[in-house]
Design a protein around this ligand. Sequence first.
Ligand code: FES
Ligand code: FES
Length: 185
Amino acid sequence: MTSTLDINGKSVAVKAAPETPLLWVLRDELGLTGTKFGCGMAQCGACTVHVNGDPVRSCVTPIAALAGAKIATIESLGGTHPLQQAWVKHDVPQCGYCQSGQIMSAAALLASTKSPSDADIDNAMSGNICRCGTYQRIRAAIKDAAGLTAAPVVAAPAAAKPTASNDIDDEIAAASGSTGRGVGQ
Ligand code: FES
Ligand code: FES
């Protein structure tokens, strides 16, 4: 039996059984591997896609529920979406695994809310987990893409020139603190 799905603006015939989660069809049958498997239980957001514009967990969405729906994956953004440009500008990803899901949730937010507040962002992104803790950079990138003022994420390097005998230790500490990659970011 085949099903027909509307994915990224194209009508696609798939062979998977109707109860198969969309995530498996995207990755294994269609080769759209930008959408990631994380928990498989709607708990992490790594598998987020859009269904009729809403962010949906594809790991728990059977294709039987998607007849006539418009599905969009990270591939539909084309690499040049304002969010993707902001993600690059703010150097958001660390390991990167969660990031396509993060961007899809952010894209759904900006499609419905042109100027999101911090609370709007936190609410929209609360279901997307990042084990690397990139949340501050994600928020800054969303604000940047929305044309809002984003708080600086990376601290400016220290201007003072060390003069004491422990100059090297001070320089290493200053350099470490200027990377913006510390735990909790
Ligand atoms: S893999 Fe779907 S929410 Fe985690
Ligand atoms: S960047 Fe590593 S899990 Fe989010």
